[in-house]
Design a protein around this ligand. Structure first.
Ligand SMILES: O=P(O)(O)OC[C@H]1O[C@H](O)[C@H](O)[C@@H](O)[C@@H]1O
Length: 279
C-alpha cells in the first residue's frame, strides 16, 4: 500500500508518497513541482538549488518544473509559462504493491486573476507521477474543453543530481540533430555528450537517452514530446543566477522532454506526453 501524507517543503504545502518498496516522492502544490524522488535504496535522484525561493514568490530552481503553455520565450506570455508558478490541486492518489501514484490538476479557476486574464482559454492539465520499482513515470495531459483551439508548448524541465559534472555524460544522441544556443543546427558526432562548457541544446527527439554519472546510470524515455532539451548554464551564466548556490552548476544537468514550439490544440482534443526514468 502507498502512504500519502501532506507535508511542507520550505514554506510550500507539498504531498509526500511512500511506495510499498520504500521509494518516495515529494511534490509541492505550487507548480505540481516534483522536488524529491528517492528510489527504494534511499538515493536522491533530483537536484534542488540551495538558494531557490520556496515560498511561491518565484519559480523553483531544481526538481521538475512543469512548463506550459510556452517554452522559454517561444510565445507571447510568461517565460516558461504560468504552470510552474500556479497552485495545482491534488486530484487523485493511491496504489497497490506495484504502482503508486499522485495526480495533480490545473484549470483556469486555479489561476491568479493576472494569469487567467493573460491566458483566456479553457484548459485542463493533468500530471500523474507514478512510482514503479526503480522507475518514475510522469504522464502529462493537456485537454482543451473549450470551443476554440489554443496554441501551447510543454516540457518537463528535469534537474538531475549528477554528483559532479566531470563524471557526467549523456549517451544516445550520436548522429542526432540539435539547435545550439547560437541558433545553429548541428549534428552530434560523438557517442557521448560531456559537459566542459555551457550547453543549451534542443535535440530532435529520440525514444531514449542514457545519463551516466559516477554514482548511477539512468535511462530516460519519452513519448508524445518532440525534443530533448539539454541544459547546463556553465560557470558564467550560473554566476548570474541569483537563485543558484555558488558552484552548484557543477552538480546538475537538465534533460527535458519538450515540445518547444507552440502548436494548436483543437477544441475537444487532448495531447498526452509520457516521460519515464529508469534507475
Ligand atoms: O531560468 P529559467 O527560466 O528556469 O530557465 C532555465 C533554462 O531553461 C531551458 O533549459 C532553456 O533551454 C534555457 O535557455 C534556460 O536558461
Amino acid at each position: 500500500m502507498a502512504v500519502v501524507t501532506m507535508t511542507r517543503y520550505g514554506d510550500l504545502p507539498a504531498v509526500h508518497i511512500t511506495a510499498a518498496d520504500g521509494a518516495q516522492a515529494t511534490v509541492s502544490l505550487f507548480g505540481a513541482h516534483l522536488l524529491s524522488w528517492k528510489t527504494a535504496d534511499g538515493k536522491e535522484r533530483l537536484f534542488v538549488s540551495s538558494k531557490t525561493p520556496l515560498d511561491g514568490s518565484k519559480a523553483i530552481r531544481g526538481g521538475v518544473p512543469v512548463i506550459f503553455p510556452q517554452f522559454n520565450v517561444r510565445g507571447p506570455g510568461l517565460r516558461h509559462g504560468f504552470a510552474r508558478v500556479s497552485t495545482w490541486r491534488l486530484s487523485d492518489s493511491g496504489g497497490d504493491g506495484g504502482r503508486s501514484f499522485l495526480e495533480f490538476s490545473l484549470a483556469p479557476e486555479d489561476l491568479s486573476p493576472e494569469h487567467a486574464q493573460a491566458w483566456p482559454h479553457a484548459f485542463d492539465l493533468k500530471l500523474r507521477f507514478t512510482l514503479h520499482g526503480d522507475a518514475l513515470e510522469m504522464a502529462y495531459t493537456v485537454h482543451n474543453p473549450g470551443q476554440q483551439a489554443f496554441p501551447f508548448g510543454v516540457a518537463l524541465h528535469t534537474y538531475y543530481d549528477v554528483g559532479h559534472l566531470d563524471a557526467t555524460s549523456i549517451s544516445g544522441l550520436q548522429h542526432v540533430q540539435f539547435l545550439d544556443h547560437h541558433n545553429q543546427t548541428l549534428e552530434q558526432d560523438t557517442p557521448a555528450l560531456h559537459f566542459t562548457e555551457k550547453h543549451d541544446r534542443m535535440y530532435q527527439s529520440t525514444p531514449g537517452v542514457t545519463l551516466n554519472t559516477a554514482a548511477s546510470t539512468l535511462r530516460l524515455e519519452q513519448q508524445g514530446f518532440e525534443q530533448w532539451v539539454v541544459w547546463n548554464p556553465g560557470a558564467e551564466d550560473a554566476a548570474a543566477l541569483t537563485d543558484l548556490g555558488q558552484d552548484e552548476y557543477l552538480r546538475f544537468v537538465c534533460i527535458e522532454p519538450a515540445r518547444i514550439y507552440q502548436q494548436p490544440l483543437e477544441a475537444g482534443a487532448t495531447w498526452t506526453g509520457k516521460h519515464t526514468i529508469n534507475a
